[in-house]
Design a protein around this ligand. Structure first.
Ligand SMILES: Cc1cc2nc3c(=O)[nH]c(=O)nc-3n(C[C@H](O)[C@H](O)[C@H](O)COP(=O)(O)O)c2cc1C
Length: 493
């Protein structure tokens, strides 16, 4: 199995970091914004209304409403709360200013691009579009009724989310493919939750023939389709779909950097996890996740009335947490875990692949220690006692924030089970799920007045040893931390 070889090769250890030091070539940093140039660009109305439903309600599965009465207003709202630029940072020493978006991204490099197909939206031409977050506009790559012959979907809006692996590889080299997959999981949840906040349901499709979808969308060859997301619901302002010929504009993809450094290991894992036209419908029946129980049941979740719109636009990754004595409540933790535990709607989500392990540092009513969350019963099982701050930071590649947080997490992915069910493709799905859980953790923490940070960097094998994980229990795929964020003076509105 190629995924196993790739995963082994990209594990961090003290030795691997020492063996392969890396100096960033800033002059060759890839542009985080893709443009398809030379196509009509359609405005999305500025300042779309804020979804006022409380963020926690959306995370728990309740749908909101939208005042949008036409396609442009609806798309503007959907994208503003799932993919748009939301803030910037200024580095005082250099005067360098850079954009931050509603979705987090490893190294803020943003490998994920949002393409979408529309059919029958009021006052919006049917066609294929690429979202331009730098200007909150849509590039019209094709006009007319496109016959999406592949994963047949009659949804009025279908997103095709793509990854540009080079953006991540520039900094993270071979390990970057993992981060592209996490990022995709975040983007998926950002989209699914924003859609729910304005009254829609979504369904994600991971099983599709990659090359055919790439060809259908006429993607530049540095962009790889990773996930398709159907959006439907009675809140979408609809009319009859356009009849007639499709007009292709296509456009020229901008060059992202002077030189694209090859990463054959990334090409290999990507090729191995692709599906062909013949194989894309084939999957074995889902194998249920192992079940268990813990001695700690969680109290009623803490409440928050902070709106979805406010939470999404203000979400940030904490640079570090304050440490010290200030703790979070068990009710807050209960709310966060409840959000993480809600079902996912995707063709690869019949059974969970991720189990959460918690390093509880400062949670009222929960003794410091390591706990395993049993997803079905929402119970915590203590597997280690005592102060975990040094261990959590050490395992997270020495990042202080994992020790200064109130609680840190290791997400343990059952990569073997995913491969039994989905073959090599399963490697993607485990990481999508990890990213998606991470996204819910970010939003739940923000809703409760806390901060959060996803961490793709950790010492893989040391985590397994520390948690006494046998290979059948899975492998660490993502780390996370939640606490009281320190102030970041570089942040602008
Ligand atoms: C998959 C993933 C991995 C990340 N890994 C780390 C990490 O190891 N350490 C860290 O400090 N931040 C990490 N981050 C946070 C990013 O640096 C942050 O999202 C990015 O700088 C953009 O900032 P924002 O989240 O405030 O928009 C990670 C984020 C993601 C999505």
């Amino acid at each position: 199995m190629i995924w196993r070889k790739y995963h082994e090769f990209t594990k961090h250890s003290v030795e691997s970091l020492r063996r392969t030091p890396h100096v960033l070539d800033w002059a060759n940093m890839p542009d985080p914004f893709r443009h398809y140039e030379g196509v009509p660009v359609l405005d999305l109305p500025a300042d779309p209304p804020l979804p006022e439903i409380p963020a926690l309600e959306v995370l728990y599965g309740t749908s909101g409403v939208t005042p949008a009465r036409d396609g442009p207003a609806f798309l503007s709202q959907l994208l503003f709360y799932s993919a748009a630029v939301s803030a910037s940072k200024l580095v005082p020493s250099t005067g360098y200013r850079y954009a931050l978006r509603v979705n987090p991204s490893s190294g803020n490099l943003h490998p994920t691009e949002f393409h979408f197909l529309t059919r029958g939206l009021m006052e919006w031409p049917d066609g294929l579009y690429h979202y331009r977050p730098s200007a909150h506009m849509a590039e019209q790559r094709a006009l007319g009724g496109l016959e999406m012959t592949l994963p047949v979907s009659s949804a009025p809006i279908v997103f095709v989310l793509t990854s540009i692996a080079w953006r991540e590889a520039w900094k993270y080299r071979d390990r970057a493919y993992r981060y592209c997959l996490h990022d995709m999981g975040h983007a998926w949840q950002a989209l699914a939750l924003a859609a729910r906040a304005i009254g829609c349901d979504t369904f994600a499709i991971g099983q599709f023939p990659d090359d055919d979808v790439a060809q259908f969308c006429r993607l530049h060859d540095d962009e790889w389709p990773m996930l398709m997301v159907d959006v439907r619901g009675s809140s979408i302002p609809l009319r009859e779909p356009d009849a007639g010929e499709t007009v292709w504009y296509g456009g020229h993809a901008n060059q992202l950097s002077k030189e694209k450094v090859p990463h054959p290991r990334i090409d290999e894992i990507h090729a191995a996890t692709k599906l062909s036209k013949q194989a894309w419908r084939v999957s074995s029946p889902a194998e249920p996740a192992p079940t268990g129980s813990g001695e700690i049941t969680l109290p009623l979740p803490a409440s928050s009335r902070r709106t979805f719109g406010e939470v999404v636009r203000l979400r940030r990754s904490a640079l570090d947490f304050t440490g010290g004595k200030q703790s979070m409540s068990l009710a807050q933790l209960s709310a966060i875990l409840r959000a993480a535990n809600q079902p996912f709607y995707a063709d690869f989500a019949a059974a969970r692949f991720i189990q959460l392990y918690l390093y509880a540092h400062r949670v009222d009513g929960l003794e410091p220690g390591v706990y395993r969350l049993w997803h079905e019963r929402v119970e915590l099982e203590r597997i280690k006692s005592g102060d975990q701050r040094v261990a959590a930071a050490g395992l997270s590649l020495g990042q202080d924030l994992a020790g200064n947080a109130c609680v840190a997490f290791s997400m343990i992915g059952d990569l073997d089970r995913a491969a039994r069910v989905h073959g090599e493709r399963g490697y993607r799905y485990v990481h999508f799920e990890a990213g998606a859980i991470g996204h819910r953790l970010y939003l739940a923490a923000e809703a409760l007045g806390l901060g959060a940070t996803g961490m793709g960097a950790f010492y893989d094998e040391q985590v397994h040893q520390y948690l006494n994980l046998t290979p059948e229990r899975g492998q660490v795929v993502y780390h996370f931390a939640i606490g009281y964020p320190v102030c970041d003076s570089r942040l602008e509105g």
